[in-house]
Design a protein around this ligand. Structure first.
Ligand SMILES: C=C(O[C@@H]1C=C(C(=O)O)C=C[C@H]1O)C(=O)O
Length: 206
């Protein structure tokens, strides 16, 4: 039995207005927790990693359609796209029926027509399976962001039945077949990084 998306989770989860402070994940202490840092900085496919941590991996698509991209996203995909429509895909990645990751991927509409990437046929197949199969795949440096417990991502976490808490995410830009796909992944719910973040913030009393 997989995870069922509760009513009230509307697309897009992240709008153009929400604040998010993404910063480069240099080799520094990010979250003050070594294991959480290693999840944030792991260059392998997150799909592949989650499959290693579960016997039943599932992608639940919250939505994939044209939408207005954020200015901080347009800095990766081209500032001419600021305020313009691009394709937005938001999903939950679930392990053994529990949500582990909220992911928001953004790419220009032109990427939908690129046959090598088949982004229009993704459905509930993981984007990573398509990207990491590309022979010319390149990945940018990873950025990280700590979402406050009053962020829309923490709202989502609570809607999914988990704590209102600080959550950590990572973001990188994939380039393949002359197209760019910006992928942001926030560790939520039952994920090891979310549990580590919860225990760290409760031990700080914050
Ligand atoms: C980029 C990857 O693809 C994963 C799958 C996603 C999807 O299906 O939308 C989104 C984010 C990723 O965690 C990956 O596996 O690393």
């Amino acid at each position: 039995m997989g995870f069922l998306l509760p009513n009230g989770v509307n697309f897009p989860v992240i709008g153009v207005a929400q604040q998010a402070n993404w910063c480069k994940a240099e080799a520094q202490h990010l979250s003050q927790h070594a294991e959480l840092d290693s999840w944030l900085q792991d260059p392998q496919s997150l799909t592949a990693k989650l499959k290693q941590h579960s016997s039943d991996f599932q992608v639940i698509v919250i939505g994939q359609q044209p939408g207005i991209i954020r200015a901080d996203e347009a800095t990766w995909l081209g500032t001419h796209l600021t305020g313009e429509h691009a394709i937005i895909r938001e999903v939950l990645l679930c392990c053994d029926g529990q949500p582990w990751v909220f992911a928001r991927s953004v790419f220009p509409a032109s990427a939908m027509d690129t046959k090598q990437l088949q982004l229009g046929q993704l459905g509930d197949k993981p984007l990573g399976a398509h990207l990491f199969a590309q022979p010319d795949l390149q990945r940018s440096a990873i950025e990280v962001c700590c979402f406050a417990d009053n962020s829309v991502v923490s709202d989502l976490n609570q809607q999914l039945g988990f704590a209102r808490q600080q959550l950590w995410g990572r973001r990188s830009c994939f380039t393949a077949a002359q197209q760019q796909v910006l992928v942001a992944e926030v560790f939520i719910g039952a994920s090891i990084p979310a549990q580590l973040a919860l225990s760290a913030s409760s031990s700080r009393g914050s």
